[in-house]
Design a protein around this ligand. Structure first.
Ligand SMILES: [Zn+2]
Length: 211
């Protein structure tokens, strides 16, 4: 007979197994997400290791199961024999490939790249209070590209006008570049885990771009 508790437990288990796990290549670079159930089987097959979200120490299936048993958390799946914390991050032990994501040039993605911050004065604003500034103005042949566009507040944009930054003594906070990665990998913000920030932001913001 199936009881209500059993049903609730199986719904909960399903939710846990469907959660997102961040996947890193062997160089500790984020390559995407997978469902927790797939992450667990990769760890079980010894193709990947679990990265502890607090210490970033590496665990194989047996040692992670040990830790899960001794320090169980809310997000543990349990079978008769095994207690296993849903991994937030796994690292592939041999894979060194990189995803070839091309981030669309859009206002929204520009806001994400520039972190809703005027790239001249550093003021953080909401999207509707930011303009897109063409570093080399359009009137002088500047194109709408990742390398030629930055966010600017209205004041800075007006001050710069149809000139290049250096002509009016303005400086960019940083050289704008084409992002190689979708900033959030399409994961809704509410599902994001603190432990991911290190890898996603590092990878997204600091990676040397291929030319
Ligand atoms: Zn500004």
């Amino acid at each position: 007979m199936i009881t209500d508790t059993a049903v609730t437990a199986s719904i909960r288990m399903e939710a846990l197994l469907s959660a997102h796990t961040l996947v890193l290549n062997r160089h500790w670079m984020a390559v995407g997400f997978t469902q927790a159930r797939r992450a667990i089987s990769l760890v079980y097959e010894d193709v990947a290791k679990v990265i502890a979200p607090d210490t970033f120490a590496l665990y194989d299936f047996a040692t992670w199961a040990d830790l899960s048993r001794h320090a169980p958390t809310q997000d543990c799946i349990r079978s008769v024999r095994v207690v296993f914390r849903i991994p937030e991050i796994i690292i592939l032990t041999t894979y060194s490939g990189m995803p070839r994501a091309n981030v669309a040039f859009s206002r929204r993605n520009l806001c994400i790249r520039d972190r809703y911050t005027c790239q001249f004065c550093g003021e953080k604003l909401s999207s509707e209070n930011l303009t897109i500034d063409h570093i080399l103005p359009r009137s002088r042949g500047g194109h709408a590209t990742w390398e030629n566009c930055v966010l600017a507040c209205v004041r800075c944009n007006e001050r710069k006008g149809d000139r290049k930054p250096e002509e009016v003594g303005m400086r960019l906070l940083k050289q704008p570049r084409r992002p190689r990665w979708a900033p959030s990998f399409g994961i809704p913000l509410r599902h994001r885990k603190e432990s991911w920030e290190k890898f996603i932001s590092d990878v997204y913001w600091d990676i040397e771009l291929e030319s």
